[in-house]
Each structure stands twice: as C-alpha cells, then as structure tokens.
Design a binder for this molecule. Structure first.
Ligand code: TRP
Length: 484
C-alpha cells in the first residue's frame, strides 16, 4: 500500500507539526489576505462574517476532514484515493480526475495574482509609493494589470519558485519551506497588526468587521459568497488535502489537526481585515474598493504614512509568502498524480505539470491587455450567463468563476457524498476515530457530510443556473448588486 509504481517508500511528513503547518499554509493564502477583506467590505461586515464562520464550520471543516481522511486511509492522491475505495469503473473516479484538473485551472490564475504581489513587493522597494498622488497610484495599477509582458514575467517567476519547492519533495521541499515561510508570515502579520493597533483607527476597523451594514447585505448573494469564500479559503474541493493527508501517518489525529487549521485560517482572515481597514481609515480612504483594494487603496495609505516605505514591502512580501505556501499545495496534486499513477520521477512530474500550468496561465496573465483573451472572449462568454455568470468575462475571470462556482463545489459535493454515503461505515468510523480524542464529533460530522453539505452545495448550483431567481423572483429584496 505504501509504495508507488516506482516501488519507493511513500513520502511522509517529518512530524505532525509539519503536516499542520503545510495544511495551514495551503489554507492561508491570497484568499485570506487579498480576497476576504474586500468581500467583507462588499457585504457590509457583521452578518457576513457570521455567515462566513458558519460556512467554515458547516461545510469547510467537514469536507476538509473528509479529504484528509480519504488521503490518510488510502495513502494516495485524489485519483488513487477514489479508485481504491470504489468498484472498478465506478463513476466516483470522476471526482479524482476533476481534482487534478481543478489544480491546473486554479493554480494557472492564482499564480498570476501572486505575480502581481511579487511585482508590488519589488515596486515598493525600488520606487516607493511615497509622494505619489492617488491618481498616479491608480494609474500604476492599471498599467500593471494591462501589461502582458510584465504579468507574464512575474507569473513565470512565481511558477518557477513553486516548482522548485515541490521538486525537492514532501519533507525536504514543502515541509521545509512552510516551516520557514509560515512563521515569517505570522511575524509580518503581527508587525502590521501592532501598527494597526496604534494607528488610532483600530476600533473603527473592529466596528467595520463586526457591526453589520444592512444596506450592503443581500441574503441570496451574500450567503453564496460566504460559502464560496469558506470553501476556497479552506482549500477544499479538489483533493489538495487528500494529497497532503496521504503523507500523514495513519495514527495521526484527524480531528484536532483539522480544527487547528480551521481556526488558524479563520483568524488570519479576520486579522487581515483588522490590519487593512485601520490603515485605510487612518489615511482617510474609502473602504471596499473590490479586487484592487490591496493594489490601489493600500499603496495610497502607505504613501501617506510615516513608515510606509517599510510597511509596503513587508505587506507585499506577506502576500507573496501566503500565496507560495498555497501554490505548492495546488501543484502537489497534479505532481503526485503523475508520480503515483504514472510512475514518473518527482522532478519530471513537477517540472512537467508546472510547465503546463505556466503555459495555461499565460492567457490569464495577458487577459488585462489582450483583445482576444480580453474583450473578445468577454463578448463571447457574456452569451452564456448560466455557465459564466452575469456579464462577460475575460480568460482570467472565466477561470476564476469556473473554478470557484463549478469545479470546487462539485468536488466538495462528490467528496461529501462519497465519504458520507459510499464508504463502508466501519471503515469510515475507524478512520475518523483513530488517534482522536474528539470521537464525539463523529455522528455530527456524518450528518453534515450526508445532508448539510450536499444541500448547501446544490443550492449554489441552482443559483448559478438562475433557477433560484426564477423560482423566487429577481432581483432579491433588500439591496442590489453593489460590487466595486
Ligand atoms: N486556500 C488558499 C487561499 O485561501 C487557496 C488554495 C490553495 C486552494 N489550495 C487550494 C483553493 C485548493 C481551493 C482548492 O488562498
């Protein structure tokens, strides 16, 4: 069982702590620091934060545990995991394949965003935002986002770094690097947090986070965004945690490690809001400006404040590190597939898949400045709202939309149904309880996997194809689409 086709011993984490750091590193990423703060802003905080925490508890965590369980039980990456636990030729296999495919899709554009972060880290060291006017800062962002060569360059650099870590292996590569990067990430976060604390606007940030602004809350849209964010930030839905779980010793405790990761991930998201908004408020800037929040609003704030020249590079370094510990988990899924199932060497698998993903990401990198992958594609996709959502999307937006609204929820649905209904119940129970001192969680977990997760995910789909609008009337009461 422990051997792959090369006959090698299967790689393993050096310690339980190594696994927790790697899994937390996968979970904590651009989703927490780049995406979560502006989504909180767009949905008015308060109620949205509650809904988000509920989604982590009811969907993110149970599926997280199911994935780690599948990986630990089979000692295989997604394709092998579904194959070993189902009958030959069974349709469950599809979810394993989908996971590998989703890894390609997500990493291809994730790396582009990570590339922007690296470019901004570089920019803030070399040219500093100090002294720039708000208009110049906005122009800088527009120039970056529409410059195909620049975006491609940083995207490729980021992919090379990601591959270099994965090539070095589970223990000597991923585990070693998360042990370096995660503490650095937490330290940088703490420094920025202390800065926000003494900015004089910390309480405004706390209010922003916890006091609801009902004019921005819209039941249907906000709940769905809370769910999507809850799944993305916990890295579930494509077998990244099956793969990481497969390097875990069978005796390791599944429950407490998963809970730890869930808590760390949620805390980092909340802390990111409490770092970013006090800084914005201290600079008297408007909050909630969409995906550009981190690349436009924050440099503005840094430009105005004393110490901004130091804090800006620190912040973008933080983003880059967070992205890197996530991107290695995305690449490891495809890499481990070729190692386990095709008998490839690790370096061939990592460079091969990494190279393909790098190529696949180029259209995303040039979307902002290309006619074909930008406006023309947007005109085309605009004709299929049930597939791509409202409004035309360029290549980058399409990939993001397809992954977060189709591939990941489908993967999470498959995993929860498979583990909840298809696994023999004695196997499921022993695997869950092995090494755990929280076995009382078991019955509740099974109920979540069997009923709650599938119901919630199916609701997203119905909403995605517009059925909910059709059944309950549109537009929904109490608010409008207010994205920035
Ligand atoms: N969770 C990461 C973030 O918040 C992104 C990520 C890593 C991911 N691996 C994943 C998302 C697997 C979905 C599936 O940025």
């Amino acid at each position: 069982m422990l051997e792959n086709q090369n006959g090698d011993q299967r790689a393993q984490w050096g310690s339980r702590f190594g696994f927790i750091l790697a899994a937390a590193g996968s979970a904590v990423g651009l989703g927490n620091i780049w995406r979560f703060p502006y989504i909180v802003g767009e949905n008015g905080g308060g109620l949205f934060v509650l809904a988000f925490i509920a989604c982590i508890a009811l969907v993110g965590l149970p599926v997280f545990m199911a994935e780690v369980l599948l990986g630990r039980a089979t000692q295989s990456s997604p394709v092998g995991a579904f194959r070993r636990l189902s009958k030959p030729g069974s349709p469950w296999m599809i979810f394993g394949w989908m996971g590998v495919a989703a890894g390609f899709v997500v990493l291809s554009y994730y790396s582009v965003v990570a590339g922007w972060c690296m470019h901004y880290a570089w920019l803030s060291v070399t040219t500093t935002f100090n002294g720039m006017t708000p208009d110049q800062i906005k122009e800088t962002w527009e120039e970056v986002a529409t410059n195909p060569q620049l975006c491609t360059f940083w995207h490729l650099i980021f992919m090379v770094i990601t591959v270099s870590i994965v090539v070095a292996g589970v223990k000597q590569g991923i585990e070693l690097w998360v042990k370096i990067l995660m503490p650095m990430l937490l330290v940088i976060m703490a420094v920025l947090f202390v800065y926000a604390l003494q900015s004089g606007k910390f309480w405004e940030g706390v209010q922003y986070l916890f006091v609801p602004d009902f004019s921005k809350w819209e039941w249907k849209r906000s709940l769905l965004e809370a769910l999507g964010q809850g799944m993305f930030t916990m890295s579930v839905g494509m077998g990244a945690l099956i793969t990481y779980g497969s390097y875990l010793r069978k005796t390791e405790d599944l429950t407490s490690t998963s809970l730890t990761v869930g808590v760390v991930d949620t805390m980092v998201g909340l802390a990111a809001v409490l770092v970013i908004f006090p800084i914005l408020f201290a600079a008297a800037l408007e909050a909630g400006s969409g995906p550009g929040l981190v690349f436009v609003a924050l440099p503005n704030a840094f430009a105005q404040m004393t110490g901004g020249m130091l804090l800006a590079p620190l912040f973008f370094l933080l983003l880059t590190f967070a992205a890197l510990t996530s991107s290695v988990s995305l690449l490891e899924v495809a890499t481990s597939y070729f190692i386990d199932e095709r008998g490839w060497s690790r370096s061939k698998a990592a460079w091969g898949t990494g190279g393909l993903i790098a190529i696949l990401g180029i259209p995303s990198a040039i979307s902002g400045g290309s006619v074909l992958f930008g406006t023309e594609l947007a005109n085309f996709t605009g004709q299929f709202p049930f597939l791509f959502g409202k409004g035309g999307k360029n290549w980058f937006d399409c990939f993001d939309y397809l992954a977060s609204n189709w591939l990941l929820p489908l993967g999470a649905l498959g995993t929860s149904l498979f583990v909840g209904w298809n696994l023999p119940s004695d196997l499921r129970a022993t695997e869950f309880k092995q090494g755990s001192n929280m076995t009382w969680l078991y019955p509740g977990w099974v109920i979540l996997l069997r009923f709650v997760v599938p119901l919630i995910v199916i609701l997203i789909f119905l909403n995605g194809v517009g059925l909910i609008d059709y059944l309950f009337g549109s537009p929904a009461v109490g608010g409008s689409e207010m994205s920035g």
